[in-house]
Each structure stands twice: as structure tokens, then as C-alpha cells.
Design a protein around this ligand. Structure first.
Ligand SMILES: Cc1cc2nc3c(=O)[nH]c(=O)nc-3n(C[C@H](O)[C@H](O)[C@H](O)COP(=O)(O)OP(=O)(O)OC[C@H]3O[C@@H](n4cnc5c(N)ncnc54)[C@H](O)[C@@H]3O)c2cc1C
Length: 412
């Protein structure tokens, strides 16, 4: 049923109900704001970036500005689980593997406070699960305590449920086609949907994932460099006899392997007997014109993973026959893989419209922190939580791309 006129006016309108928009809606509603969350498709759909069974959390990042945000988020994940009664995060250790002299690996270990494991041959204690990995010559492995697996779709549902419980209005099948100021000098932002509905908000938060460049371009005419990529999640068969060893119950870690390709994994959990091992990245795609290709070896997203498994986990994971389960997903990539968290700006929007985008395949873990920050920017004009937690928002500004197409890009 269409919303009644009384429900058309809000303090904050959030556009896009993936993990970022759902967390932002919850954070704004928990401040007592009247919130509307609009989603173009069905809630919890599979056409964006936040669906599926699992995402990893880790504090090992080459850029020092992420660990404080991960730690803030880790606390907020716990708060949300407590408030909702949902269990979405299974803590595990986290393992980073990489060439000893790889600058990104070295910086990640240092910034995340990871401990380099003794080599297999050394007479020093090592966790039992380390035996699953044949670490290549010249590589090192480092473990850290802050790791874990989040149930992705369930986590989005949790934040939507929490937001609704606090009075937020959540509407799906409501594609936003325009965001504009109501008139010069007014304080109202008007949000229009494809079916002709209009909602009025004092503030607006745009969290539309892979659709960000399209929406921002149509609203402001500006080019925001957020490139949608097609990517693939692959689940592989665990070799007989090792099924339990590679589970979260047995303490197996989430892991990441540096270099090319960059590989990531979650322990065997959602499909018993299978383990998720996939590579970061993929080819550019149009979010409104995807081919959903998941054939064998397609787009070079399978073969490099199989080669990596054969080299590093040959005794534990089967690659013959390829992955058993494949799922398509999208990244929204910035040139430097840093997020965009900023006011849309310009004369029309000033500080009344906030954008959270470009989460570049690594944002899920930080969803609750990003949501809190976006909500505070919208409601207060700045984020007190970010300042308290030591999260430096200057790395995420839109203007970093002005005259500098690669933004914060570094050599690693
Ligand atoms: C395969 C894969 C593995 C990943 N692994 C990890 C991981 O292990 N750890 C980690 O931290 N991160 C990971 N990520 C990244 C993480 O999942 C994303 O960064 C995050 O989900 C992005 O969320 P979002 O809310 O920005 O985008 P989305 O989830 O895509 O949400 C945007 C929403 O906006 C809606 N929308 C778009 N346009 C409109 C409009 N005009 N009107 C209304 N609604 C609109 C969309 O339909 C969508 O629901 C992974 C991503 C993928 C794809």
C-alpha cells in the first residue's frame, strides 16, 4: 500500500538498502530521527553487493586508516547482535599469507598487530590448522585475533529489523530516480521514485552501491569514479578426511593471500564439506545489464584460484572438476580502493546529502561503523564517533579525485 501523506516527510531519507544503507537507517533511527529507507528491488535481493552467506572481518590492512574503523565496527556488530538477538558473527582467527617482502603484506601485518608464524620446519609452537597450508618459499604467514565470518544477508536483515523496531519506515520496490532541493533557499530535500512518489527529507543519505555513478551523474551531473565489477564467489570441495579440520568449530581461520591474484577465504561453514576460496576483483560490468556468467573458467575468476589452491593447499582442497558452487556478486570499485564517505556538496546540496559508496570489495565488515558515521554526518554535520575512534575521514573525500584520477592510490 502506498505511504499516506503523513508518512512522506522525514528527518533522514536513506536511498539503497544494502548493508551500508541498512546500517545508516538503523544508526539514524537510534538517534530518534524519523527515517525512511528506500530500496529499488525486493529487500534482501541478490542483485547488489551485500547478499550471500559470508563475509570476513579482519584488522590487517595495508592502509593504517582502516584498522580503527574495523575495531569500531567490531564493537557495533556486538551491540547489534545483543539488541536484535540475531547471531551473525562467528569469531575466528585470521591468517595473512604473502611474499615476505610484499609491501602490502608487511604493512598489513604491522597495522593489524598480526604475529608471524614460525615456519613448519622450526621447533616452535604453531596452531594445528597451520598444517593445512604449504607456504611457498620466500613467503610468510601471520595470524591475528580479530577475524570472523559474518552471515551477510542475515546481517542486512538484522539492521533493517532493528531500524524498523525503532520506527524507521522501510520501503522496497521503490527506485529513486531523483534527489533535489525543493526550491532555492529551502531546507527540504525531495526524493522521487520511478512510480512518481515524492518524499521530503531534511537530510538524505545515498548508499546505492554499484549504482552510485549513475545516480550521482543524473542528480548532479558529476562523474564519481565508482566502477561496478562482476565478481564470483567459489566454493571448493574439501578433500575427504579434512572436512572437520577446515571448519569454524575446529578454529580454522579466515585467510587472505597477498600478491597476484589476491585470494580470500572463509572456513567451511555454510555448505558442510565445501570451503569458500575466491579472488578479489573481476571485469567491469553494468549493474543494469549483467550477463550473470558463471561458467567454468569465466572471466579468469576461477583458474587463478585453482592454481593457488594446488600450490598452497594441495592436501586439503580438491580442484579437479572446478568449484562446486559459484555465486555472482558485484564490487563498486574506486581507483584507489578507498571508500567514498562525504557530503555530496555543491551549491544545491551542501551538507544536506551524504554519500557512502565505493566500498571496493572490502566494506561489509565496516558496515556498522560506516552507517553510524553517515548518520552522524547527516544529523550533526560531522561524525563524533569517527573522531573518538580515531577514524580519519579525510581519506574518503570525494574531492580527492579532483584533477587526480587515481585518488589515494599507493604503490601497493
Ligand atoms: C563476492 C564478494 C565478497 C566480498 N567479501 C567481503 C568480505 O569478505 N569482507 C568485507 O568486508 N567485504 C566484502 N565484500 C564487500 C562488501 O560486501 C561490500 O562492500 C558491501 O556489501 C557494499 O554494500 P553497499 O550497501 O554499498 O552496496 P549494496 O549492497 O549493493 O547496496 C546498495 C543498494 O542500493 C540499491 N539501490 C541502487 N540504486 C537505487 C535507487 N536508485 N533507488 C533505490 N535503491 C537503489 C541497490 O538495489 C542495493 O540494494 C565482498 C563483496 C563481494 C561482492
Amino acid at each position: 500500500m502506498a505511504a499516506q501523506p503523513a508518512e512522506r516527510s522525514f528527518d533522514v531519507i536513506v536511498v539503497g538498502a544494502g548493508i551500508m544503507g541498512s546500517c545508516a537507517a538503523h544508526a539514524a533511527a537510534s538517534r530518534g530521527a524519523r527515517v525512511l529507507l528506500l530500496e529499488q528491488f525486493d529487500l534482501l535481493h541478490q542483485r547488489g553487493s551485500s547478499h550471500g552467506e559470508s563475509r570476513t572481518i579482519r584488522a590487517t590492512y595495508p592502509q593504517p586508516h582502516y584498522p580503527p574503523m574495523v575495531r569500531l565496527s567490531r564493537r557495533l556488530w556486538d551491540d547489534a547482535q545483543r539488541d536484535s538477538g540475531y547471531a551473525v558473527l562467528t569469531p575466528t582467527p585470521h591468517l595473512d599469507l604473502g611474499p615476505r617482502d610484499d609491501p602490502a603484506f608487511v604493512a598489513s601485518v604491522a597495522n593489524g598487530g598480526a604475529t608471524v608464524l614460525a615456519p613448519a620446519a622450526a621447533d616452535a609452537p604453531r596452531p594445528a590448522w597451520a598444517e593445512a597450508f604449504r607456504v611457498p618459499d620466500g613467503w610468510a604467514a601471520a595470524s591475528s585475533e580479530l577475524g570472523g565470518v559474518m552471515k551477510a544477508t542475515k546481517a542486512v536483515a538484522m539492521f533493517q529489523a532493528l531500524a524498523a523496531k525503532l520506527g524507521a519506515v522501510v520501503r522496497d520496490r521503490a527506485e529513486v530516480v531523483d534527489v533535489a532541493r525543493q526550491g532555492e533557499g529551502t531546507t527540504t530535500i525531495v526524493v522521487k521514485t520511478a512510480t512518481g512518489e515524492e518524499f521530503h527529507g531534511a537530510k538524505c543519505i545515498i548508499t546505492v552501491g554499484a549504482w552510485t555513478s549513475k545516480l550521482v551523474k543524473s542528480v548532479t551531473g558529476a562523474d564519481l569514479p565508482v566502477q561496478p565489477l562482476h565478481t564470483l564467489i567459489c566454493y571448493w570441495k574439501v578433500k575427504p578426511g579434512h572436512e572437520r579440520e577446515l571448519t569454524t568449530e575446529a578454529g580454522f581461520p579466515t585467510f587472505a593471500s597477498y600478491g597476484v591474484p589476491y585470494i580470500y577465504s572463509t572456513p567451511s561453514m555454510e555448505y558442510p564439506g565445501l570451503i569458500k576460496i575466491a579472488m578479489h576483483g573481476g571485469p567491469p560490468c553494468d549493474p543494469d545489464g549483467r550477463d550473470w556468467a558463471i561458467g567454468p573458467g569465466e572471466d579468469g575468476l576461477v583458474e587463478p584460484v585453482a592454481r593457488w589452491i594446488d600450490e598452497v593447499m594441495p592436501g586439503h582442497v580438491e580442484t579437479a572438476g572446478g568449484p562446486v558452487v559459484r555465486q555472482a556478486c558485484m564490487y563498486s570499485m574506486t581507483p584507489d580502493e578507498d571508500f567514498v564517505i562525504d557530503f555530496l556538496g555543491g551549491e544545491e546540496f551542501g551538507r544536506d546529502v551524504v554519500v557512502g559508496a565505493g566500498f571496493s570489495g572490502h566494506g561489509f565488515k565496516m558496515g556498522p561503523a560506516v552507517g553510524r558515521i553517515l548518520a552522524e554526518m547527516a544529523l550533526d554535520g560531522e561524525s563524533g564517533t569517527a573522531a573518538e575512534a580515531g577514524v580519519e575521514l579525510r581519506h574518503f573525500g570525494i574531492r580527492r579525485f579532483d584533477g587526480n584520477p587515481t585518488g589515494n592510490a599507493r604503490s601497493y
